[in-house]
Design a protein around this ligand. Sequence first.
Ligand SMILES: Cc1cc2nc3c(=O)[nH]c(=O)nc-3n(C[C@H](O)[C@H](O)[C@H](O)COP(=O)(O)OP(=O)(O)OC[C@H]3O[C@@H](n4cnc5c(N)ncnc54)[C@H](O)[C@@H]3O)c2cc1C
Length: 416
Amino acid sequence: MFPTDPDVLVIGAGCAGIAAARELAARGRRCIVLEGGPRVGGRAFTDATGLGLPFDHGASWLHEANDNPLTPIARTLGVELTDHDAIRDRRLFAFGRFATAAERRSFADAEDAFWTAIDAAAHDGAPDRPAAEAAPRKGVWDAAVAHWEGAQICAAELSLMSLHDFAATALEGPNLVTPGGIGGLVARLATGLPVRLGARVDRLRWGARGVTAEGTFGAVTARSAIVTVSTGVLAADAIAFDPPLPVPTREAIHALPLGLLTKIGFRADHPAAPDLPAFAVVRRAASAEEDRPMSWVSRLFGQPSLIAFCGGARAWEIAGDAAAAAEAARQEAAMVYGSRAAAALARPVVTRWAEDPLFRGAYSHARPGGQGARRELARPLADGRLCFAGEACHPRFAATVAGAWLSGVEAARSVP
Ligand SMILES: Cc1cc2nc3c(=O)[nH]c(=O)nc-3n(C[C@H](O)[C@H](O)[C@H](O)COP(=O)(O)OP(=O)(O)OC[C@H]3O[C@@H](n4cnc5c(N)ncnc54)[C@H](O)[C@@H]3O)c2cc1C
């Protein structure tokens, strides 16, 4: 299965690595994918064991489905895709109760005003600045909208993010879900690829004459390498590059840190568990700027699950302490659904993206002033002998499986 004399080493078997390996195979190039972990898929990972039903620890929607490269691929495979936007019951919890229809409309108006302000500021010709500086602040829903668009969607507060990158990478629907999970779909796409699991690369020698990857698995040499590990892994110097990476590449890596989104997945099959319809989405509106609520997705495909989403600073606070994360989610559940319903939720599964040294966070955002970093990181080095790919490299679909996939394909086309 593994070529003895590969043309290309792909480092990492997440979405970008899988896409790169498929593209290389389609071009008749011999490659080996070196994956440090025990499975393929990376941050797209569906686990059916913890909750006893498919639970996406990472990616769970195909965003911007009409332009998402994985939509047609999934359709070709006959994978069932459901437009979540078309069927989801959207609930908003505010002022200690569920909001009325009129309140939900006024919240939606505040979201529209938020995006109008962001887009106007991103095009006003002024230098880049934190996205928070362009966000409306005085309205009754503004703190809630800022928390939702920042910490909950982008996994980082708006104050930490480049306005220009935030505007350029904003996502629209349709948002598709699938019963077997997005991780299940991505894992299927690795079928038949030459992936060597448990092969963590510790050192990469690179230059005009080729590349050599080294780790406890030994050493493998090829003409070029595509490195798809997260910017969290790169920033931690978990791979020693020899010679060291050029300064612009290193600066780009540090301009694209990972935010954190932690999911706390509960089984909800007790009769007293929160009574929500299938596919419902519940948000609690932040009551003030320092309030950092979680949001919820209920009973996807009718399965007895209730998933809490906790993003940004609050997720970092509870990282590494699954019991604290579970307790925080239970308190949120008590606030929104009542203490009896919260007590009826079973022991949860808590995702661990921050603690896992193969990831070190959820997905990237650009720091203020770092709006050019994605293109810089994607720039091939040594005439294409060393290329970086992954979600952080895509200037439009960053932070998504779509961006990872497209950047993997692009890198595979760039190697000599
Ligand atoms: C909680 C969460 C929710 C998300 N929700 C969505 C969503 O709904 N929709 C969406 O589109 N996206 C979502 N994303 C983002 C999406 O999952 C990622 O953007 C995408 O999967 C990243 O793919 P990648 O190939 O760039 O990186 P990765 O998936 O991180 O792949 C890199 C691979 O490299 C391996 N690796 C690391 N270090 C080494 C080493 N030294 N040697 C060898 N291998 C190594 C890793 O194990 C990993 O398999 C979410 C992510 C998270 C964490």
